[in-house]
Design a protein around this ligand. Structure first.
Ligand SMILES: *Cc1c(COP(=O)(O)O)cnc(C)c1O
Length: 411
């Protein structure tokens, strides 16, 4: 996934506003120059180690293993967590597809479960219903009664940066003997009861793609407190090479190691993480103040006890209340050079995962039908944010008037 480019504006009051772009005003140049000057550009080098150490410290875990992408990190995380071919892995339906694809890479099967309506995160009640209603314990293993498959992991996602209900998930995973994996690709810098996301499970993955909270261009990491799992993830990420001289490999590994050049960028970005999160939180509070009162617009809510990084600020547009809908709003904003994005197609509807097991799902469908992510860059200018809000206000009100007139006419 590349950072989305700014669309060519058609009629532009004000300058184009992209959805989310990296902010590269720190020491990126200095550190990259250091790589070039010292000839350390590839997958070994001091920045890879420095980046890993700093990531582990920031998140509050023992170990970090830097990878080429967040998807690669998820693949490794599930593998070291013990997910095997033909297992089932529980995932939320409303997430980026990589969460479910990683299970398929191992020959395992995602089971899609619904989200809750307040914060749009995986619903622990749905997880519990699946585990306790659909599964049976057999020879010490939990099995899906309908398919006979072993259920081995619960993958939770901090969707849009908002931490999900980790206490509930830890309890459920513990009770049923499942590995608990956090897909924290969107959640770096968010906290749950004062602890960083990525430190609240058995193993977590991060992404440093172009539009994530910090970026290496492309990159990811596996983070965990388990030394053996971290070592295995590192080993697998370097082709499972046992002997670097004789080229002896003890299993089928992957070429998933981050390069020193990318790590140099990531390291510079990580130095500014707090600043980025502060800026995104300020964007969020401005959006909430300005858009909250508009007819048909529902802004994001932050659960008590958590601090979200507000990675992508997202609103729901209820067409029965405000007179516009998310497709029309998306198109009208695009006309003004403002880039917005709908949420992901819920994965239980995705042709890529046709036929997958699923629980009862309704909230994911309605949130996706109404959701639109707004420009959320950490370097979003206040006047651009104002421009976005003014445009949305005009569009919801203008369209509301038209709708009213139209319905009066019909009556
Ligand atoms: C971005 C993302 C990923 C994948 O990360 P890449 O670095 O793009 O491979 C995985 N899960 C979620 C929830 C994401 O948003």
């Amino acid at each position: 996934m590349q950072p989305l480019t700014t669309p060519t504006p058609v009629s532009v009051p004000g300058r184009p506003v992209p959805l989310s772009v990296p902010e590269l005003g720190g020491k990126e140049w200095t550190y990259v120059k250091e790589c070039l000057d010292t000839n350390w550009i590839s997958s070994a080098g001091p920045f890879v180690n420095r980046f890993e150490t700093e990531l582990a410290t920031r998140i509050g875990v023992g170990h970090a293993v830097a990878t080429t992408t967040g998807t690669a990190a998820l693949h490794l995380a599930l593998k070291v967590a013990g997910v095997r071919a033909d297992d089932e892995v529980l995932v939320p339906s409303l997430t980026f597809i990589a969460t479910a694809n990683a299970a398929r890479y191992l020959g395992a099967w995602p089971v899609f479960l619904d989200i809750e309506p307040e914060h749009w995160q995986l619903d622990p009640v749905r997880v519990q219903q699946f585990l306790e209603g659909e599964c049976r314990r057999k020879n010490g293993e939990l099995r899906d009664a309908a398919t006979g498959r072993r259920v081995s992991a619960l993958v939770v996602v901090h969707a849009l940066g908002h931490p999900c209900d980790m206490d509930a998930f830890r309890e459920l995973a513990g009770k049923h003997g499942l590995a608990l994996v956090e897909d924290a690709a969107e959640g770096l810098g968010s906290t749950y009861k004062g602890r960083s996301v990525g430190s609240l499970s058995d193993v977590a993955c991060l992404s440093f793609n172009g539009n994530k909270i910090i970026s290496c261009g492309g990159g990811g990491a596996v983070v965990t407190n388990d030394r053996a799992w971290a070592e295995r993830a590192r080993h697998l990420s370097t082709q499972a090479k046992l002997d670097p001289i004789e080229y002896i490999h003890d299993e089928v590994g992957y070429n998933y190691r981050l390069t020193n050049l990318q790590a140099a960028v990531g390291y510079a970005q990580l130095e500014r993480l707090d600043e980025f999160v502060d800026r995104k939180r300020r964007n969020a509070s401005e959006y909430a103040t300005r858009l909250g009162p508009l007819p048909g617009i529902r802004t994001m809510r932050e659960a008590s006890g958590v601090r979200s990084n507000f990675w992508l600020y997202t609103i729901l547009i209820d067409p029965t209340q405000g007179g516009t809908d998310r497709q029309r709003l998306h198109a009208a904003l695009k006309q003004r050079g403002i880039e917005t994005r709908p949420l992901w197609q819920p994965l239980h509807q995705s042709p890529a995962h046709a036929g997958a097991r699923q629980g009862p799902i309704s909230v994911a469908n309605s949130v996706q039908a109404q959701g639109l992510s707004l420009p959320s860059s950490s370097n979003l200018k206040p006047e651009d944010l104002e421009n976005v809000c003014d445009a949305i206000a005009k569009l919801t009100r203008a369209e509301k008037r038209t709708t009213k007139k139209a319905s009066a006419h019909q009556a």
